[in-house]
Design a binder for this molecule. Structure first.
Ligand code: GDP
Length: 430
């Protein structure tokens, strides 16, 4: 049985915490897209961790953690991340990396930096992890698969060929130092040593696991609105953030994905550029940012302050729909306990008309939020384990949002820890 954990919005919804929690009941956790550009923050009995590449199931002894073929694999970062967790006394996890996974090359990172520099004020706000150049090369069919590391002759020829074109761009467009093919080959040989213990034919492994009745979790990175097709293009990421892509990025039949847990945060935050209709500014934003998440809303990879906003029903309804949501996990609700009233974005006004349908980017740029206010509950809800024990106004907030988005909120998260979860029966469950 396959379950996906994905985001409804711009990312940072708390997927890491939900995956870590659901991993207790899972056998295998798979990352199926994205790279080391975004991170998940996980708090558990070993400490606090920012994971960028490893799936959020690595803390359990009984799970296998898989990097699927859809991931942009940065080998030194993976190795460093394994060390960072074992240094904190987490037992060495069982890790498998798909032999079809492609690698982020050192020049992808450089091209990402150079392109953002070239674009200046019109940049995408990239984390400069090489993700866009990596996926461009993958689809231009000049990427490197992990499997190719083990074919030395092939590797040498391919490196020479790729350096020819990359060096023209480096020299004439960016006016930067060129790549030395021998040095690059040497780096790739080091990568081979680093990755060799983990390489596996992942789709066959997963096929066998399914036949044995194992539970597989697919862990998404970012959220629907960063999907290159369905998100706020071009201010998106370069690989699909949708549960459907989990089938491709792991190598599984699509019909095996039975449950899709879409994570929605009780307010909004976003990183990078792009339209953000319910965004707030000034002191109001600073306060929510400072109180948000677990220790403030700052990027797990970059440390940069996240943009803040009220809950956006239009974006979240759309975000849940594109994921194919069976369950919504509604997170970070505890943070809103300080507010007298909580604004919620229930519609967008575009060219004088109000809509609850999420528009295409050129219309989205013109959208203004239609806000309604919900009464606050003015208390700390951490530690509560039963839905009925939440303050009435808090339940009203959850139920109002559920009704607006139209998908069942079956989990409410009221703290960063594994045990900070309230399960709930929803009237929308089939
Ligand atoms: P992800 O990328 O979707 O996994 O999200 P992040 O890890 O970037 O951001 C979520 C942040 O919120 C992390 O610091 C979590 O520890 C924290 N978090 C998750 N769920 C809750 C919750 O219910 N309450 C609070 N206060 N923090 C939470």
């Amino acid at each position: 049985m396959v379950k996906a954990v994905v985001g409804a919005n711009w990312g940072d919804e708390g997927k890491g915490k939900i995956t870590d929690m659901l991993a207790e009941e899972a056998d295998i956790i798979v990352r199926f897209q994205g790279g080391a550009n975004a991170g998940h923050t996980i708090v558990n009995n070993y400490g606090k961790f920012a994971l960028h590449t490893l799936p959020s199931g690595v803390f359990y002894g009984h799970t296998t953690s898989i990097i699927g073929n859809g991931v942009a694999l940065n080998i030194p970062i993976l190795v460093q991340e394994i060390k960072s967790i074992t240094d904190k006394k987490v037992p060495m996890p069982k890790i498998l990396v798909s032999d079809r996974c492609q690698m982020v090359m050192p020049y992808h990172i450089l091209f990402d930096q150079y392109e953002e520099e070239r674009l200046g004020g019109k940049s995408f706000g990239s984390t400069k992890s090489g993700i866009a150049p990596f996926y461009s090369d993958k689809f231009a069919k000049i990427g490197f698969q992990v499997s190719e590391l083990f074919e030395d002759g092939l590797l040498r020829d391919k490196v020479a060929r790729i350096c020819e074109t990359k060096n023209v761009i480096l020299e004439h467009l960016y006016h930067k130092p060129v790549i030395n093919p021998e040095e690059l080959l040497e780096t790739l040989r080091e990568y081979r040593e680093m990755i060799a213990p983990y390489v596996c034919d992942v789709s066959s492994y997963l096929d066998r696991a399914l036949k044995e009745g194992k539970t597989i979790l697919l862990e998404g990175q970012l959220g629907t609105l960063k999907d290159p097709d369905h998100g706020i293009y071009p201010m998106v990421t370069s690989s699909s953030t949708l549960a459907a892509y989990g089938a491709i990025g792991a190598g599984l039949p699509p019909y095996e994905i039975k449950e899709i847990v879409t994570v929605c945060k009780a307010y909004s935050s976003a990183v990078g550029a792009g339209a953000f209709v319910s965004e707030i500014f000034g002191d109001e934003a600073d306060e929510l940012r400072r109180r948000g998440g677990d220790g403030g809303e700052f990027g797990a990879t970059t440390g940069r302050p996240r943009r803040m906003g009220w809950f956006d029903c239009v974006a979240s309804k759309y975000g849940c729909r594109l994921q194919g949501t069976t369950d919504v996990a509604f997170t970070v609700l505890d943070v809103l306990g300080y507010l007298d009233e909580i604004p919620v974005c229930v519609g967008y006004e575009v060219d004088g008309e109000v809509t609850t349908d999420f528009p295409v980017t050129c219309k989205l740029e013109k959208a203004k939020p239609v806000l309604t206010k919900m009464p606050g509950w003015k208390c700390d809800i951490r530690g509560i384990r039963k839905y009925e024990e939440l303050p009435e106004n808090c339940r009203k907030y959850v139920e109002f949002i559920e009704q607006q988005i139209g998908y069942p909120i079956t989990m409410v998260s009221n703290g960063p820890g594994r045990e900070d979860i309230i399960y709930r029966e929803s009237p929308l469950q089939q």
